[in-house]
Ligand binder design. Structure first.
Ligand code: BDR
Ligand code: CA
Length: 312
């Protein structure tokens, strides 16, 4: 598995889900921007891998901004949800490792050339690195297995009425990905806002009493607290990114709906992921979109895998 992350609290939870899964060999993390700047996300990846006892996993920095922009600034809302440092304002020991020199899209291309569909790329930030990988190698789209956290088909967005955060950062990249013909599984807000974590869950980690368990509980509590302000009706925080990892391992956790999805690129619905009536009947299917999730089974997998990682 390769994780493409804008690390971010729930990206951090995606890392722990992957590291706690015996089926997964994490061959690399590729960095993108979004919840934090690229450099902060890459630092978080290195520090978190060390904290969770996996310093052998290499980290590859990606493209620092969207295709059609020449810079990137972290939004205030992202800082509020993930903290200024992306990991809930919690300080963890700094890794003495450095990131690899190979850029993220090149690493993705090389990995798919080597492993084909035995490698799955789980992208939980903007799709900028994936779009570049598709452009770099015409065979990439035919051989890559890709699961993304992004979009919203049957529910409203979380940036505005129609737009989900990861798609919103680089709609052109997401559109290129969907149109490419690559095998894409889309884990959007349709399902991720049903999978919620509470303080009772994080207390179970804290009770383990290790530095890594305490840090993960503290990092996640910051995120739960932010959800209490931004989405109090939910009663917990959305497990967006770890759900994408879980589905990459076990697709039976969700119900998948194949459809010809597109990303609207123009206002007033820029960033909307939609499969309109005409597209519903189109024999071309650009993605398998998750429209229902077995919440109980996912949460039980989530807690047992992360607890086993934290127990060492
Ligand atoms: C997505 O946006 C980011 O803030 C989260 O990490 C997640 O990947 C949810 O819309
Ligand atoms: Ca993310």
């Amino acid at each position: 598995m390769i994780l493409d992350l804008d690390t971010g609290v729930d990206d951090c939870l995606a890392i722990t889900y992957a590291l706690g899964s015996p089926e997964v060999e994490l061959i690399g993390i590729t960095g993108t921007y979004g919840n934090v700047l690229l450099g902060t996300g890459v630092k978080n990846d290195l520090d978190l891998l060390d904290l969770f006892g996996h310093p052998e996993v290499p980290v590859y920095p990606g493209i620092p901004h969207a295709r059609e922009k020449d810079g990137f600034e972290v939004l205030e809302i992202s800082e509020f949800i993930h903290g200024k440092n992306g990991i809930g304002e919690i300080e963890i020991p700094a890794s003495n490792r450095v990131a690899e020199t190979t850029p993220a899209p090149e690493f993705m291309v090389e990995a798919v050339r080597e492993y084909g569909s035995d490698v799955v790329i789980v992208a939980t930030g903007p799709m900028t690195n994936l779009a570049r990988a598709i452009e770099l190698d015409p065979t990439f789209k035919d051989n890559a297995r890709i699961v993304i956290m992004g979009g919203a088909l049957t529910v409203p967005g979380n940036c505005n009425d129609v737009m989900e955060a990861n798609i919103s950062q680089d709609p052109e990249a997401a559109d290129l990905l969907f149109r490419s013909g690559a095998h894409v599984t889309m884990i959007g807000l349709d399902v991720t806002l049903q999978t919620l974590l509470t303080y009772e869950h994080t207390q179970q980690w804290r009770d383990l009493g290790t530095p890594a368990a305490t840090a993960l509980a503290d990092i996640t509590d910051f995120y739960i607290k932010a959800y209490e302000t931004t989405a109090p009706h939910l009663g917990g925080c959305g497990l967006h990114d770890p759900l994408a990892v879980a589905v990459a391992i076990d697709p039976s956790l969700v119900t998948l709906f194949p459809c010809n999805i597109k990303v609207d690129l123009h206002e007033p619905v820029r960033g909307r992921t939609i499969c309109d009536e005409e597209r519903l009947n189109d024999p071309v299917k650009t993605a398998d979109v998750a429209i229902a999730v077995d919440v109980e089974r996912f949460l039980s997998e989530f807690m047992s895998r992360i607890t086993s990682l934290l127990k060492g």
